[in-house]
Write a protein that binds this ligand. Structure first.
Ligand code: ASP
Length: 444
C-alpha cells in the first residue's frame, strides 16, 4: 500500500503546522511520499512565501532593493527550522541564492525556491530523502509535462523509499526551471501519485473536503463525502471552487482515488473522489451530490416556423457565434425555436453584430434576448436512477416562488440545470440545499 500526500501552503505555514504534518505522515506506514507547497499564510493578512518571491523578482526587475521582502522569506524558513530544532544549512543556501539573484535569475526559478526550502525542511524533519523536482519533473518545449520520462525518472529516484518532493516546478529541456501556474503543487502531487502507482492520493489542505454548496450563499454547508471525477468536473465547470481539472488528470487517468483532507482536522474523512462508486455502499438517499451556479448569462432565442425540419440552421447559428468568439453554454430547443445560453460578459461587446448576422442569415420570425439570467446546477450521479428527481426539484423551486426560465439536463443525467433570474440565484441555491441536502429550514 502506497499513499502519496500533498500538503498545501497553510499546512506548511509555520513550525506548529509542520508538526501536524509529521504526525499525519507517521500515523501510517503507507504514507511514504510527501509533496509540499511553499509556506502559506499563518493568519489572515499574512503573506504567502510564493507571493513574496514574486514580489522580490519584481523588485529585481525594476532595480529596486528587495532586502525587506527577502528578509521576511529568510526569517520565515529560519524560524521554522529553529523551532523544530533542525540542522538544515539554510544559510549557505540563502547566500548562494542571493548571489544568483544579483547575477540575474529567472522569475520561475526564484519563485520555485519557496517549495524547495519547504521540502528541504520537511525532509529533514521527517527523516525522509529529499528528491528535487528539478531532477524528475520534465516539461516539453510546448510547456506540457513529459509524463513518460518524468514518471520513469521519479520511479528510479523514489520507488520503495520515503521521500519528500517540492511541488510547483520542474525543468525545461534546456535544464532551466519552470513552474506550473499558481496552485500547481496539486499537479505535482497528482503526477507523483500517478508515477508511483499510488493506491490513493491524499491532498491535505485546510478544509474538510469540498463543500456541497458555496458557503457565501449557504450557511455551513456540509462537505461532500463521495464524488465521482465526472461530477466534480460538472461542479467546477459551473463555478464551484474545487480542484482544477488539470490538477486531477494524472490520477484520474490511472484510476487512483483522490482524497481531500484537512490537516487541522485529521480525523475527518474529507471528500473521496473516484471514477465510480459501488452504489450499494451508499448510506443515505440523497440524490444531489452538490449544487453550484453562476450569474449573468444572456439567452438569445431564435424562432422560425418549421426550424426543426430545415437542415443546417443550427450549424449556421453556431457558426455566427463562433465567428465572434462567443461560447455557447447550453442549447435548449423546441420545434420552432432554439435558445442559446451565453455568458453576458462574452456576448455583450458583439451582441448587435451577432443579432444582425443571425437576422440576415437565418431570416427568423423573431429573435429576442433575455438578460440577467443565472444558471443553477444540481449535480448528482444518483439522479439517473431516481425517478422523479427532476420533478421534485422543479416543484420545490416553484413552491418557493422561484420562476424557472429554462431547464436542461446533460445526456449523462449527471445534472439538472435550471435558468432563473439573477435576483433569484442565491435563493434557488438555498432552497435546493435546504430541501434536498439539509432537509431542514435554514436562514442566512
Ligand atoms: N506555492 C505555489 C502558489 O502559491 C504553488 C502551490 O502552493 O500550489 O501558487
Amino acid at each position: 500500500m502506497l499513499k502519496v500526500l500533498k500538503f498545501g501552503g497553510s499546512s506548511m505555514a509555520d513550525a506548529s503546522q509542520l508538526a501536524k504534518v509529521k504526525s499525519i505522515v507517521t500515523a501510517e506506514e503507507s504514507r511514504r511520499v510527501v509533496v509540499v507547497s511553499a509556506a502559506g499564510k499563518r493568519y489572515s493578512g499574512d503573506h504567502k512565501i510564493t507571493d513574496l518571491l514574486y514580489l522580490c523578482h519584481a523588485h529585481l526587475r525594476y532595480g529596486v532593493s528587495c532586502d525587506g521582502v527577502w528578509q521576511m522569506i529568510v526569517e520565515r524558513y529560519t524560524s521554522i527550522r529553529d523551532e523544530l530544532g533542525l540542522k538544515t544549512d539554510l544559510e549557505s543556501e540563502f547566500a548562494a541564492l542571493r548571489e544568483k539573484m544579483d547575477a540575474g535569475i529567472s522569475q520561475d526559478e526564484l519563485v520555485s525556491r519557496g517549495e524547495y526550502f519547504a521540502a528541504r525542511l520537511m525532509a529533514d524533519y521527517l527523516g525522509y530523502t529529499f528528491v528535487d523536482s528539478a531532477r524528475w519533473l520534465h516539461f516539453k518545449l510546448d510547456g506540457t509535462v513529459d509524463q513518460e520520462s518524468s514518471y520513469e525518472e521519479l520511479r528510479r529516484l523514489a520507488e520503495g523509499q520515503q521521500v519528500v518532493i517540492p511541488g510547483f516546478y520542474g525543468t525545461m529541456p534546456d535544464g532551466s526551471i519552470k513552474t506550473f501556474s499558481r496552485g500547481g503543487s496539486d499537479i505535482t502531487g497528482a503526477l507523483a501519485a500517478a508515477a508511483l502507482d499510488a493506491d490513493v492520493y491524499e491532498n491535505w489542505t485546510d478544509v474538510s473536503g469540498f463543500l456541497m454548496a458555496d458557503p457565501r450563499i449557504v450557511k455551513d454547508p456540509e462537505p461532500i463525502e463521495r464524488i465521482t471525477y465526472s461530477e466534480l468536473r460538472e461542479l467546477s465547470y459551473i463555478g464551484a471552487q474545487v480542484l482544477h481539472e488539470g490538477t486531477i488528470f494524472p490520477v484520474r487517468e490511472k484510476n487512483i482515488p483522490l482524497n481531500i483532507r484537512n490537516t487541522n482536522q485529521p480525523d475527518h474523512p474529507g471528500t473521496m473522489i473516484r471514477e465510480r462508486f459501488d452504489e450499494a455502499e451508499m448510506t443515505d438517499d440523497r440524490f444531489i451530490t452538490g449544487i453550484a451556479g453562476k450569474k449573468n448569462f444572456s439567452v438569445i432565442t431564435i424562432t422560425k416556423t418549421g426550424m426543426s425540419g430545415r437542415r443546417g440552421t443550427l450549424r449556421q447559428i453556431l457558426e455566427i457565434l463562433e465567428k465572434y468568439g462567443v461560447n455557447v453554454e447550453y442549447i435548449p430547443s423546441g420545434i420552432d425555436s432554439v435558445s442559446l445560453v451565453v455568458a453576458s460578459e462574452k456576448a455583450a461587446p458583439c451582441l448587435y453584430q451577432v443579432l444582425g448576422e443571425l437576422q440576415k442569415t437565418i431570416c427568423p420570425d423573431a429573435i429576442h434576448v433575455t438578460e440577467d439570467m443565472a444558471i443553477v446546477a444540481a449535480v448528482g450521479r444518483k439522479m439517473a436512477y431516481k425517478p422523479g428527481s427532476s420533478g421534485k426539484i422543479f416543484a420545490t423551486l416553484g413552491e418557493n416562488h422561484i420562476n424557472i426560465r429554462m431547464i436542461t439536463q446533460g445526456p449523462e443525467e449527471l445534472n439538472i440545470i435550471v435558468g432563473v433570474d439573477n435576483k433569484d440565484f442565491e435563493n434557488a441555491i438555498r432552497v435546493l440545499y435546504n430541501s434536498f441536502i439539509k432537509g431542514k429550514e435554514q436562514t442566512i
